[in-house]
Design a binder for this molecule. Structure first.
Ligand SMILES: [Zn+2]
Length: 531
């Protein structure tokens, strides 16, 4: 049986940009649009032309996308004609392949928020769709609050959708704007709608206020909808939109959907999903969610020893899909609950040859357990584990020694009479026969220490030039006066590879120093720096 086409519509640049703290520049928007296009998303919504200078510029450029670049805006305002509405004019003048109108479909909102009549709202939908069609655009209508509207007045909600379809809108999109609908409601209501509008003209736009946006999107598809709207990483206001990063692999890898539908994302592109998700996080300067389905660092991480040894025999035992399919990887956590099989599997992944009964493997396991007992967390710090393993089993060259460091934090009143805090670090080190001393000022003690450590590494400096710290996390263990500090540092290099290192000490500077040192040494090992 030929598979049916299911379309993906991304609204990261419009609805996603509504999220707190998200602010895309024009360059960000172009980069994200390119990434979505490369992934194989059918529709890329750019935003509201005319709403701000960045969006206006975005819609004045040629973007060279193969997907359908879509402008978003309101239907004509009540009481105006389509030729006398500046908002609509900006939308019609924008360089876009498609226009997605938003219109109210809940009678209550039409009366109270729009302060107009139900008939005038229907006229506005018809005339706006007609105007956009006349300008040669593909047209979509987002029916705002469709599910709440349908529950209150099914005939009117349906009339809004039918008005757009009858005028030639390619898609009528049913929106769960408040995110309050349940999957069985969505399934029932969409099933009613597709009796009037063919399912291959019906889309779903779900918000995640009950963590059901993905489930609701799939429920709509089950009832016949053939377009799913969502955002990368589920970005969106309040609790976010339906997460395309979870929806795409589900459609590709779960037989219920994979056997029935084709989507624009190829198997090869599916394997770049982790990268796409992380690239967006980097752009937003956020630490990726470790527990994100499919793409999170922990999505295929198994801890307990008994599960781990079963996984080694057959990965399918504890994994719902193959991690490689989405560009992720299996991770067996080296932890006090794990056993020798975890350690062996990790060594194999890293590329260190070790026999099962090698006494050094037992020693490594012992060291890991001892160190985890005092606060180290190797499952979160892959690079520190790798260094520990290499030191125990092989050789990590002694690239350099830090013979002394000094961090000074000083608060004083400056010449202008302002209270200022100044931080400086001095590091003395030996690189081969060379003795080096570096000093740096930072915005805090750890920053100053980091800058001083990486300022001059003598002959190794060129290997760490592209190294940067991307995340710094501190956790106090035990609490009270006996408190131990655990520092996790995430670093990244010029190749986009990232890794995490750990340090533990009662002193936060010392813990940070350990994690910084591990990060630098790991980078030297990775770049094959000569001893
Ligand atoms: Zn929305």
């Amino acid at each position: 049986m030929p598979r049916e086409r299911l379309y993906l519509f991304d609204t990261t640049l419009r609805d996603g940009a509504q999220m707190n703290g998200v602010d895309f520049t024009l360059q960000d928007k172009l980069a994200i649009a390119g990434m979505l296009d490369d992934l194989g998303v059918d529709y890329i919504e750019g935003g509201y032309p005319g709403a701000n200078p960045a969006d206006t510029e975005l819609f004045s450029k040629d973007r060279n996308l193969s997907g359908t670049f879509t402008a978003f805006g309101m239907t004509r305002r009540p009481g105006r004609s389509t030729s006398n509405d500046p908002g609509l004019a900006a939308l019609l003048d924008a360089k876009s392949d498609a226009i997605c109108f938003v219109a109210k479909s809940w009678d209550y909102h039409v009366r109270v928020a729009l302060e107009t009549t139900l008939d005038e709202n229907l006229d506005s939908i018809r005339e706006s769709v007609r105007a956009a069609k006349a300008r040669g655009r593909e047209v979509l209508l987002d029916c705002e609050h469709f599910f709440d509207g349908y529950k209150a007045n099914p005939a009117y909600a349906l009339a809004c959708a039918k008005a757009a379809y009858a005028e030639g809108a390619r898609w009528v999109v049913l929106c769960d704007t408040n995110g309050g609908a349940l999957p069985d409601e969505v399934e029932k209501i969409v099933a009613e709608v597709v009796k009037h509008i063919p399912g291959d003209h019906v889309g779903i736009h779900a918000h995640n206020d009950m963590e059901l946006a993905v489930a609701n999107s799939l429920a709509a598809v089950r009832s016949g909808a053939r377009q799913i709207q969502g955002t990368l990483n589920g970005l969106g206001e309040r609790c976010g939109n339906a997460n395309l990063v979870s929806i795409i692999p589900t459609l590709k890898l779960k037989s219920e959907f994979a056997e029935q539908f084709d989507i624009g994302v190829s198997e090869e592109k599916l394997a770049s999903l982790v990268r796409a998700s992380r690239t967006l996080d980097e752009m937003l300067n956020r630490a990726p969610n470790r527990h994100a389905p499919y793409v999170g660092d922990s999505a295929f991480a198994t801890k307990a020893g008994i599960h781990a040894s079963a996984i080694l025999k057959d990965p399918a035992t504890y994994e719902h899909v193959k991690p490689e399919a989405v560009g992720n990887r299996r991770k067996l956590l080296v932890s006090d609950q794990g056993g020798r099989s975890n350690v062996l599997a990790e060594l194999e992944r890293i590329g260190i040859a070790a026999e099962k009964d090698d006494p050094r493997v037992a020693r490594l396991l012992e060291v890991v357990k001892e160190r985890e007992a005092i606060g180290y967390a190797y499952e979160a710090a892959d690079a520190s584990f790798e260094l520990l393993a290499r030191r125990t089993l092989g050789t990590v060259p002694n690239y350099f020694d830090v013979t002394q460091f000094d961090v000074n934090v000083e608060q004083r009143i400056n010449a202008k009479g302002e209270r200022v805090t100044v931080t400086m670090a001095v590091v003395k080190m030996k690189v081969g026969e060379e003795r080096l001393i570096s000093a740096a000022e930072g915005n805090g003690p750890v920053n100053a220490l980091d800058l001083a450590l990486r300022k001059d590494l003598g002959k190794y400096q060129k290997h760490i030039e592209g190294l940067e710290l991307t995340d710094y996390r501190v956790r106090i263990l035990n609490g009270g006066t006996e408190a131990i500090t655990r520092v996790l540092i995430e670093s990244r290099d010029e190749n986009g590879e990232s890794w995490t290192t750990v340090g533990v000490s009662p002193n936060i500077i010392e813990a940070s120093f350990q994690a910084l040192m591990d990060s630098i040494v790991y980078k030297l090992v990775k770049s094959g720096a000569p001893a």
